[in-house]
Design a protein around this ligand. Sequence first.
Ligand SMILES: *[C@@H]1O[C@H](CO)[C@@H](O)[C@H](O)[C@H]1NC(C)=O
Ligand SMILES: *[C@@H]1O[C@H](CO)[C@@H](O)[C@H](O)[C@H]1NC(C)=O
Ligand SMILES: *[C@@H]1O[C@H](CO)[C@@H](O)[C@H](O)[C@H]1NC(C)=O
Ligand SMILES: *[C@@H]1O[C@H](CO)[C@@H](O)[C@H](O)[C@H]1NC(C)=O
Ligand SMILES: *[C@@H]1O[C@H](CO)[C@@H](O)[C@H](O)[C@H]1NC(C)=O
Length: 419
Amino acid sequence: MVAASSIAVITVGFASWAYATLQSPPAPQPQPRAVNATILPPQAVLVNSRSFAALGNNGTFRQSALTEFFNPTNTSPPFFQVFDPAFLRILGPSATVRAVAANPTFAFAHEAPIWLPSTDEVTFASNDGGALGMSDIDHNNQVSKISLKEVAAAIKAAGHGTAAVNVSVTKLDLPDTIQMTNGGTGPFNGDLILINSGRGPLPPSVALVNPSPPHNTTVLLDNFFGRQFNSLNDAKIRPGTNKIFFTDVTYGFLNHFRPLPLMPNQVYRLDPETRAVRVVADGFDRCNGIAFSRDGKTAFVSDTGLNEGFLGNNQTQPATIYAYDVDPKTEAFKNRRVFAYVDTGIADGMQLDADDNLYAGCGDGVHVWGPDGTLLGKIFLGTTSANLVFAGNQRLVIMAETTIYLAQIAAKANKLSFP
Ligand SMILES: *[C@@H]1O[C@H](CO)[C@@H](O)[C@H](O)[C@H]1NC(C)=O
Ligand SMILES: *[C@@H]1O[C@H](CO)[C@@H](O)[C@H](O)[C@H]1NC(C)=O
Ligand SMILES: *[C@@H]1O[C@H](CO)[C@@H](O)[C@H](O)[C@H]1NC(C)=O
Ligand SMILES: *[C@@H]1O[C@H](CO)[C@@H](O)[C@H](O)[C@H]1NC(C)=O
Ligand SMILES: *[C@@H]1O[C@H](CO)[C@@H](O)[C@H](O)[C@H]1NC(C)=O
């Protein structure tokens, strides 16, 4: 952690730098005098909102939220883009980000990241139905894992610097009740919770999976009073009551591997004991990622309406994270309000840290907001991240389709393992 006095120094420096303006083409940024080089991580760049707030008649404006990124310093990814000094407290003085596993021809690391504390491994699922996913209506996607012990050893062997390493990826041999995994959380009583989109006529499901061989599985739910879901997407356990909340959305159909949707896109609550299921939120274009504040009182749901699968992208549709109050009795989501709208791509999977900062996988990497919805900074990858997970304190494992990144930062993890 950075000492409070150091943070105060940075804050002063940042404020004085606020009056610097960004020329076009970007001139070398004057470093804020007071920023101590040992505090600003080497991979971080400061981008003050005053430097780009008015681009002028001759300014270069972005037409696309998907293919044109916001990188006014033209820094090569991966790097930390700092919009607010509070991000430096999250990063700490020696933050690093690097690729730790990559396969350019296979989107093996899409979503469903789960950290297993007992073995220090992270499990995850490959892209289901999309580019480089090697899965479709006739072919299931793949759940795999990496070892963070192996990552640590590879980084140590590589010596100083932040060069990429490439650890082995191990496929999990799962029973065929698990079809097109897209979400995951836990562990829950030691098991993975996998959220499966289904494939063709095979039903979407919420399942418990033994993380160790033989990876035996208990399907907790695969229907709503006899009706199949559209294609389940993501889930979290709510702190306090330990109920499972999951999103259902039409992406299976929009990615050509599920039949015509027969349900609205909505958020459900499942009691893993009684298996009772109910709807807690609706009114979405396309609900997607889900997360809870540390106290379980606030729920966050992302709406990724912008991404319309085979229909294309429509940037006038939502790329928005909504916040809700969770009713203490019914656990219904109430008082919906906008938490954040993302400038690049969509906000897909979301996680919070121990200080209730919210991290989401977006079109150019991971965006990080303070609890009040201020965009503090980005872990800028120059490519899409669909999800991420803290692997304990100070380690953030980021899914980026063909690459897994590890960010070693000061932030502490939120609790995802229950009870
Ligand atoms: C940065 O701050 C640390 C801790 O306060 C101090 O030891 C170091 O000398 C400073 N470095 C520079 C370049 O000012
Ligand atoms: C904008 O471009 C026009 C035409 O090239 C030029 O005359 C003008 O000085 C420019 N304005 C600024 C503020 O650079
Ligand atoms: C990483 O290793 C895997 C084999 O384990 C290989 O398929 C892949 O191409 C390697 N990635 C890079 C970037 O070299
Ligand atoms: C896996 O099998 C063991 C032994 O029968 C059982 O105790 C455990 O509950 C099973 N796990 C799941 C997730 O079905
Ligand atoms: C994008 O969405 C808007 C709002 O629903 C709609 O009016 C427009 O026709 C859409 N554009 C395309 C190209 O589908």
